[in-house]
Ligand binder design. Structure first.
Ligand code: DOR
Ligand code: ZN
Length: 340
C-alpha cells in the first residue's frame, strides 16, 4: 500500500475566486496547494475586457499571502458584444490565458453571457487563429430541456457543430458531469480536453436530494446519476491526457446557499487535492494522479510544468463544518490524505 505520494505541484484549471471580501478569504486555500489557477470571470459585473482582467489580476495578487508563488491565469467573459481585437491583444500581452463561454442564463452571473454561438463567430475565428483556448460551460438553457439533460443536449446542439465548423479551435469542456461528455471528449477528432471537479467524482444526485434537500451539494452542472459519476471516475483515473484537474470551487456564503432559491456552487478549494487523492486511491490509480493533477493541464495549455513538488500522506484531514461564512465540501467529514 502506498502511504505517501510526491508529485509536481498541481494547478487548478477552473476556479472561482470572487472579489472583495470573499476573495480575501478564499484565495489562500488555493495558494496552499496549487501553483496556478485559471480564474473564472463571472463576477458582477463580469470581466469582459483586458483592462478589467488586468485590474482583477492585481486585486488577486494583492489578496495573496506573502511569497505564495501563486499565479492567477485570467480569462475573458464572452458576451454577444465581445471585441475580438481586445481579446487577442489581451492574449498577446499575456493577460488572457483563455476565454470563457457561458450560455446566457446557464449559471451564476451568466446573464450577460452568449445568447447564440453565431454572435461570437468573429471572436472564435480570432481565437482559433492565435490558439487561444475556449473554455465552455456546456449546458443549454432552453426552458423545455430537463436540467439533467442539459449537458448532453449541449453536445449535440452546440459543441459537435462547433467542432465541425472550427476544427482548429482549442476547447476545454469544463466540469464535465456525464458519460456522454466523457465519450465525446474521448473520441473527438479535435484539440479538446475536459476538466473534472472533485465533487462530481465523489457525489451523485442522491447527495442533493435524499433524506432532505441539501443545498451544499447543489452546483451547476448539477450532479447526475451514479452511472455518470462512475464514468467520470474512469475518465479522471484512466490515464487519458485529455482530462485534468479543475475544481470549480465556487464559494457562496452559507445564507445564500441555505435559501428558498439557493446559489449553485460548491466550495471545495480548502481540501481539493486531498479530496482528489482519495478518489485516485480508491480507484487504485495513484500512479496516474500526477498526470491528472500536474501534467495534462500544462500540456493542453502549452505552459511549462511546475518544478516544485508536494507530498501527500495517508492520514486524517478533518474538514471543518464552516470556513468563514462558507460551508466547505466534505464539511464534517474526514479525508484519508494529508498535504505536508
Ligand atoms: O456551481 C457552479 N457555481 N457552477 C458554475 O458554473 C458557476 C459557479 C459559481 O460561480 O457560483
Ligand atoms: Zn465554474
Amino acid at each position: 500500500m502506498t502511504d505517501a505520494i510526491t508529485i509536481r505541484r498541481p494547478d487548478d484549471w477552473h476556479l472561482h475566486l470572487r472579489d472583495g471580501e470573499m476573495l480575501a478569504k478564499v484565495v489562500r486555500h488555493s495558494a496552499r496547494q496549487f501553483a496556478r489557477a485559471i480564474v473564472m470571470p463571472n463576477l458582477a459585473p463580469p470581466v469582459t475586457t483586458s483592462d478589467a482582467a488586468r485590474a482583477y489580476r492585481e486585486r488577486i495578487i494583492a489578496a495573496l499571502p506573502a511569497a505564495s508563488g501563486f499565479t492567477p491565469l485570467m480569462t475573458a467573459y464572452l458576451t454577444d458584444d465581445s471585441d475580438a481585437g481586445d481579446i487577442v491583444a489581451g492574449a498577446e500581452a499575456g493577460v488572457f490565458t483563455a476565454a470563457k463561454l457561458y450560455p446566457a442564463g446557464a449559471t451564476t452571473n451568466s446573464a450577460q453571457g452568449v445568447t447564440a454561438i453565431a454572435n461570437i463567430r468573429g471572436v472564435l475565428e480570432a481565437m482559433e487563429k492565435v490558439g487561444l483556448p475556449l473554455l465552455v460551460h456546456g449546458e443549454v438553457t432552453d426552458a423545455d430541456i430537463d436540467i439533467f439533460d442539459r449537458e448532453a443536449v449541449f453536445i449535440d446542439r452546440v459543441l459537435a457543430p462547433l467542432l465541425r465548423d472550427m476544427p482548429g479551435l482549442r476547447i476545454v469542456f469544463e466540469h464535465v458531469t456525464t458519460a456522454d461528455a466523457v465519450a465525446f471528449v474521448d473520441s473527438a477528432d479535435a484539440d479538446i480536453a475536459a476538466t473534472i471537479t472533485p465533487h462530481h467524482l465523489h457525489i451523485n444526485r442522491n447527495a442533493m436530494l435524499v433524506g432532505g434537500i441539501r443545498p451544499h451539494a447543489y452546483c451547476l452542472p448539477v450532479a447526475k446519476r451514479e452511472t455518470h459519476r462512475l464514468a467520470l471516475r474512469k475518465a479522471a483515473t484512466g490515464g487519458s491526457p485529455r482530462f485534468f484537474l479543475g475544481t470549480d470551487s465556487a464559494p457562496h456564503e452559507r445564507a445564500a446557499k441555505e435559501s428558498a432559491c439557493g446559489c449553485a456552487g460548491i466550495f471545495n478549494a480548502p481540501f481539493a487535492i486531498e479530496s482528489y487523492a482519495q478518489v485516485f486511491d480508491q480507484e487504485a490509480a495513484l500512479d496516474r494522479f500526477e498526470a491528472f493533477a500536474s501534467l495534462n493541464g500544462p500540456a493542453f495549455y502549452r505552459l511549462p510544468v511546475n518544478e516544485d513538488r508536494i507530498t501527500l500522506r495517508r492520514g486524517e484531514t478533518k474538514v471543518p463544518d464552516l470556513i468563514g461564512d462558507v460551508v466547505p465540501f466534505h464539511a464534517g467529514d474526514t479525508l484519508g490524505w494529508t498535504l505536508d
